[in-house]
Design a binder for this molecule. Structure first.
Ligand code: PMP
Length: 286
């Protein structure tokens, strides 16, 4: 049975409990991170810890423990659950004040709820989907205006995945004023000629940890990167497209709204970036 972490304790998943008054449960008042594990080691832990601290700060919450202690909890869960390839999910909510109230509880008397669990995914890196490429549909981006904060408010992304599934596709790209913002749970890119184009960082998108690493590797490999808005039409006319996220790394996109990109197979750039990302991330894993 899976061993999970709740507020300082390591417990079998069936014994782990969170209050019904938890603000994460009642109000989606919480943030999360997903860190990948490859070869039993954590990918880009530092990046995720820094973003976590920022998400918490933006919501007037504090890191419940030092970064080193958080790393130890991640490592202990990997060890206890024998994870070679998979993910660690972490969630911190504003805690359970003992009743329902819109007003934030006093952090002196209401401690945050800290939960971490592992997701075992053998074969995560050697994914068949990466060889085939994904098909996406476009949907309107109707999320709130602080998408840079990684909150657990994931209803619309979840609905987006269901719309994609119903349409026989793998995922959805969200569009605002004609411009692609991001995927339901990933950042979106197109390739035109030798240029990699992706939306610039702002409150409109999550500042992907994988995005930062992939753009750095692309530039180091002398690839041209342009951080700007791109339209859905531009995407459909692109040579290639791809997504990035902690759990999918780099994944080629071969079709948008039924329109094939290039010859409808993963192009040149995305598979190469995936290779570089996996190689470099494994080297730097902790
Ligand atoms: N955008 C959204 C909306 C996401 O949910 C995610 C993944 N959680 C990403 C982008 C990718 O971020 P990362 O590379 O840090 O996983």
């Amino acid at each position: 049975m899976r061993i999970v972490y709740v507020n300082g304790d390591y417990l079998p998943e069936t014994e782990a409990k969170v209050s019904i008054f938890d603000r994460g449960f009642l109000m989606a008042d919480g943030v999360y991170e997903v860190t990948s594990v490859l070869g039993g080691k954590l990918i880009d832990f530092d990046g995720h810890a820094v973003r976590l601290e920022r998400s918490l700060r933006e919501l007037d919450m504090k890191m419940p423990m030092a970064k080193d202690a958080l790393l130890e909890v991640h490592r202990e869960l990997v060890r206890l659950n024998g994870i070679d390839e998979g993910m660690i999910y972490l969630q911190i909510t504003r805690g359970a004040p003992g009743d329902r109230d819109f007003v934030f509880p006093d952090p002196e008397t209401t401690a945050p709820t800290v939960v971490l669990f592992t997701q075992n995914k053998p074969g995560l890196a050697d994914s068949p989907a990466a060889k085939k490429g994904m098909r996406v549909i476009s949907i309107e981006d109707i999320r709130w205006g602080r998408r840079d904060i990684k909150t657990v408010q994931l209803l619309y992304p979840s609905m987006g995945k269901m719309m994609a599934k119903k349409a026989g596709a793998d995922d959805a790209w969200m569009v605002q004023d004609g411009f692609v913002t991001e995927g339901t749970s990933n950042n979106a890119y197109i390739v035109k000629g030798n240029k990699i184009i992706t939306r610039a960082l702002s409150n409109d998108i999550l500042h992907g940890i994988t995005r930062a690493a992939v753009l750095r590797f692309a530039r180091e490999a002398q690839m041209e990167v342009e951080e700007r808005n791109f339209t859905l039409d531009e995407a459909k006319a692109a040579d290639e497209a791809f997504i990035t996220s902690a759990s999918t790394f780099v994944m080629p996109v071969v079709e948008i709204d039924g329109v094939s990109l290039g010859d409808g197979t993963p192009g040149r750039v995305a598979p190469r970036l995936r290779e570089i990302y996996l190689e470099e991330s494994r080297k730097a894993a902790v």
